[in-house]
Design a protein around this ligand. Structure first.
Ligand SMILES: Cc1cc2nc3c(=O)[nH]c(=O)nc-3n(C[C@H](O)[C@H](O)[C@H](O)COP(=O)(O)O)c2cc1C
Length: 495
């Protein structure tokens, strides 16, 4: 397997620039909504390049701001994983599954070999607003850092370290709010530390390469170290340096990192924030209050930012379409489910959270309903998802045209839809009202496979005879049709 994932954000930027996937904005821009607005307008075109702002009002060119790192781009997702050879989305999902199977433990580097320590603010010197932290949307409750970040916390009982992606709202120079959804690992860590009367320590990196998010944004088994999975994605160990004011490690190649503590019971009102759903999430409410004890950065650091919006302007769209699909496929495989041909968490469905399509070769009675129930509730796919759709192996789950065709020709709604209730969801679901009803949700399981009971009697699909298909292919140029004929998978054999 090719192992060439960029190791840090600067290497990632070089590669993306070489591939003509980066646009640099030299004109001064405002941190107050303007950067986010430019990003939103720029990203209305699917696959739009990443955006690097070099000058921010009030901050000169000391700190650069990067937006639309992955957005809706399959190409930049492939570059991030060192998988430029993958031609299709489904190939990329397969490749990511392979990466998730390799775990490489992190290594420690001394502080003088940690770029993140090139600049340090400690104790009273800490000023988070020395960074051009943006406000994204007009109704946001404040300026949000760490929207494209990794956050480290430790399980107070077992000692293992979780890596998650959770946003942070700036309250003042040394306090930030940490928003963690129900059931997510950092929330469980903080609540369990508090139950023991202890503070919880936190490290957050606000400038990171997207490869780290491929892991931090996914649900991995709670008993396994995500630091090792990041090593697996990078193809070499993640470098860590000991924190200066907490007992936690800090990824040494982060652009910007802060460490701090959440004292028992410490919360403050936070939000709202323009969310992955394309709506403001929950109304202003309490979130963990982090007292920042250290702030570190590389020289001329780069802040990474995630715009949350309707597709294709949603930063997590392609990230989730690929990484979440890979996690769900892996979970099904580990459970011993045979015949899975593909999984796709559609990027337009609330940033890959809303719809999961699984393609399978039906091998036994009840196979498709089993796949639906497990894909709906496995660790990699249980959170939020509202629609889980099973299709047969001749349907590409990443091609919505084909999925709609299957829904319209192989699904009998009166028979083929089940609903799960009171499932794992979030305070951010706009359909659960009044907001106090949250965070429970529901899921529709839709079987759009041919009815198994009558598999052999099901009306034959109109397919080209293989012999005719091959003949037409070979005559394509002679026919004067130009280009190459399309690849067709479903063909009639022996006619
Ligand atoms: C760009 C981006 C921003 C995110 N922001 C948040 C957030 O603010 N709070 C949250 O709970 N989850 C957020 N998520 C989703 C979590 O990262 C995801 O649910 C992940 O599984 C959390 O890690 P955990 O499973 O280790 O708890 C975000 C995901 C992405 C890709």
């Amino acid at each position: 397997m090719e192992r060439a994932a960029p190791q840090d954000l600067r290497e990632w930027l070089d590669r993306v620039a070489q591939a003509d996937e980066l646009v640099v904005v030299d004109a001064e821009v405002d941190w107050d909504q303007e950067m986010a607005a430019i990003t939103y307008l720029w990203t209305r075109r699917p696959g739009a390049p990443a955006l690097l702002f070099r000058r921010v009002r009030g901050y000169g060119d000391r700190v650069r701001c990067l937006w639309n790192l992955l957005g809706s781009s399959v190409r930049r997702m492939a570059l991030t994983l060192g998988a430029a050879h993958c031609a299709s989305a489904m190939e990329l999902v397969q490749y990511t599954r392979d990466l998730f199977r390799q775990r490489i433990p992190p290594v420690w580097v001394p502080p003088d070999r940690a770029p993140v320590y090139e600049n340090r603010q400690l104790g009273d010197q800490v000023d988070v607003l020395s960074l051009p932290v943006p406000k994204h949307w007009p109704r946001d409750g404040g300026r949000y850092g760490g929207t494209f970040d990794v956050v480290l916390t430790r399980d107070p009982e077992r000692g293992w370290i979780n890596v998650g992606t959770y946003r942070m709202m700036v309250h003042d120079r040394n306090h930030v709010g940490l928003y963690v959804s129900p059931g997510k690992d950092a929330r469980l860590h903080v609540e369990r530390a508090w139950a023991r009367g202890e503070p919880a320590e936190v490290v957050a990196c606000w400038g990171v390469p997207p490869a780290w998010l491929v892991v931090s944004s996914q649900g991995f088994p709670k008993t396994e170290s995500e630091l090792e999975y990041i090593g697996g994605v990078l193809g070499r160990p993640l470098e860590l340096v000991q924190g200066l004011t907490t007992s936690l490690p800090i990824p040494a190649r982060a652009e910007v990192a802060l460490e701090g503590v959440i004292r028992p019971g410490a919360t403050r009102l936070e939000g709202p924030f323009g969310e992955f759903t394309g709506y403001y999430g929950r109304p202003e409410d309490h979130a963990f209050l982090v007292e920042v004890t250290g702030l570190y950065s590389r020289h001329q650091p780069i802040l990474t930012n995630a715009l949350m919006a309707d597709y294709p302007s949603n930063e997590q769209a392609m990230l989730y379409a690929v990484a979440r699909s890979a996690r769900i496929w892996e979970d099904l495989e580990r459970l011993g489910i045979p015949g899975i041909r593909g999984v796709w968490a559609h990027p337009a469905a609330a940033g890959g959270f809303g719809v999961t399509v699984v393609s399978l070769e039906q091998r036994y009675a009840g196979h498709a309903p089993q796949v639906l129930a497990l894909a709906a509730q496995c660790p990699g796919g249980a959170y939020y998802t509202k629609w889980i759709i099973a299709v047969d192996e001749d349907v590409d789950p990443s091609d919505m045209d084909q999925v709609l065709w299957a829904l319209s020709t192989r699904c009998n709604p009166a028979e083929d839809i089940d609903v799960l209730r009171q499932t794992w969801s979030t305070w951010l679901d706009p359909t659960q009202n009044p907001p106090e009803k949250r965070p429970y949700g529901s899921k529709a399981l839709i079987n759009a496979c041919k009815e198994h009971r009558f598999l052999h009697q099901f009306s034959p699909r109109t397919r080209l005879a293989r012999s005719v298909y091959e003949r037409v292919r070979s005559r394509w140029a002679e026919l004067g049709l130009g280009g190459q004929p399309p690849e067709v998978v479903a063909l009639e054999e022996g006619r």
